[in-house]
Design a binder for this molecule. Structure first.
Ligand SMILES: CSC[C@H]1O[C@H](OP(=O)(O)O)[C@H](O)[C@@H]1O
Length: 333
């Protein structure tokens, strides 16, 4: 059950806004419709967005071929549309541009490029899981933020892939999944994935993480990434930097698990990473119930940036990149 896939010249996604109560598939045939699904987070997560970008361009190419229109022009328009759907995760534009590069060879070539990117993502996630488990060997109580499992990718995921591999090698004592306000990717999605995989886990309110870390109840923090700047500063779901600060104070590893595609070579520092500001109603309402006084407004940054010096290492499918903090114990091995 993949978060996103290609079937009969259409994109099929699981509508993640309905999880965990309902597993509902949505069939998408037009690039503009896929942008709508991306913006409402029906499909989300940096790696899944990379695949969505590529498949969205493939939709444009295939629809143009069906209509006898110019495939390259349609793919170019689709790429612009998809790349602008969400600003922070570099993977979205990267995936769209990778598919567009095949457009001069026709619609079939664009589809083939999108499917190759999908398959490469699965392989990358598998390698990240192994490499991350090697690095965090010995950690028994791990904390993670937001959702970085198969729902944020095609299969496996990144940080959750590392956690699953650690558990496969030697059962973990506990996985703490922060709920990740306001859209609750942790309690709705990560807890669902961990439960299905049979891992011991507890949900935490985001604000409880630092206290548990400083109390010595966490051996390592492992998270995903949406964009890694050339200097190692890393954008991830809002709330991540708080966990990094606590991990630094506690002297435990803080590890980022992400594919190489998440590195943005032309984004030199974290200050240059665009942070998506989402609608304030996501904060002001829980479901349909307003939880703030009438008239109260909200800020709703979707991401924050963890400075490289707070990150022990970035683990990719190809390497372990040590950054600011060597730590005795789990991550030093
Ligand atoms: C590393 S992919 C998962 C990544 O994406 C999440 O953001 P969103 O749910 O808004 O797409 C979050 O930053 C996760 O770490």
């Amino acid at each position: 059950m993949r978060a996103i896939d290609w079937r009969d010249d259409a994109v099929v996604i699981i509508d993640q806004t309905l999880l965990p109560e309902r597993t509902t598939r949505v069939v998408v045939r037009e690039p503009a419709q896929l942008v709508t699904e991306i913006r409402r987070l029906a499909i989300r997560g940096a790696m899944a967005l990379g695949v969505a970008g590529a498949m969205g361009v493939a939709l444009g190419a295939v629809r143009a071929r069906e209509r006898g229109a110019d495939v390259l022009a349609a793919a170019t328009d689709a790429c612009a549309l998809l790349a602008g759907a969400r600003p922070t995760a570099i993977n979205l534009a990267w995936g769209a541009q990778r598919a567009l590069a095949a457009a001069p060879d026709g619609a079939a070539a664009v589809v083939a490029a999108a499917l190759a990117l999908r398959d490469a993502d699965i392989a990358a996630n598998r390698a990240i899981g192994r490499r991350g488990a090697d690095l965090l060997d010995g950690a028994r109580r791990v904390l993670t933020h937001c959702n970085t499992g198969a729902l944020a990718a095609v299969e496996i995921g990144t940080a959750v892939g590392v956690i699953a591999e650690l558990h496969r090698r030697r059962p973990l004592t506990m996985v703490y999944a922060t709920e990740t306000r306001p859209l609750l990717q942790g309690s709705r999605l990560t807890a669902w994935e961990l439960g299905k995989a049979g891992l011991p886990h507890r949900i935490l309110v985001d604000g409880a993480a630092a206290g548990l870390i400083l109390a010595g109840e966490v051996d390592a923090v492992v998270v995903g990434a949406d964009r890694i700047a050339a200097n190692g500063d890393t954008a991830n779901k809002v709330g991540t930097v708080a966990h990094a600060l606590a991990a630094a104070r506690a002297g435990i590893p803080f590890v980022v698990a992400a594919p190489e595609a998440t590195f943005a070579a032309t984004t030199y520092t974290g200050a240059e990473i665009p942070i998506e500001e989402r609608h304030e109603d996501e904060v002001l309402f829980v479901g349909s119930r307003r939880v703030a006084p009438p008239g109260t407004r909200a800020r709703n940054p979707g991401f924050d940036v963890t400075p490289a010096d707070l990150i022990t290492a970035v683990v990719t499918e190809r390497r372990v990149l040590p950054l600011g903090r060597a730590v005795a114990g789990a991550a030093a091995r």
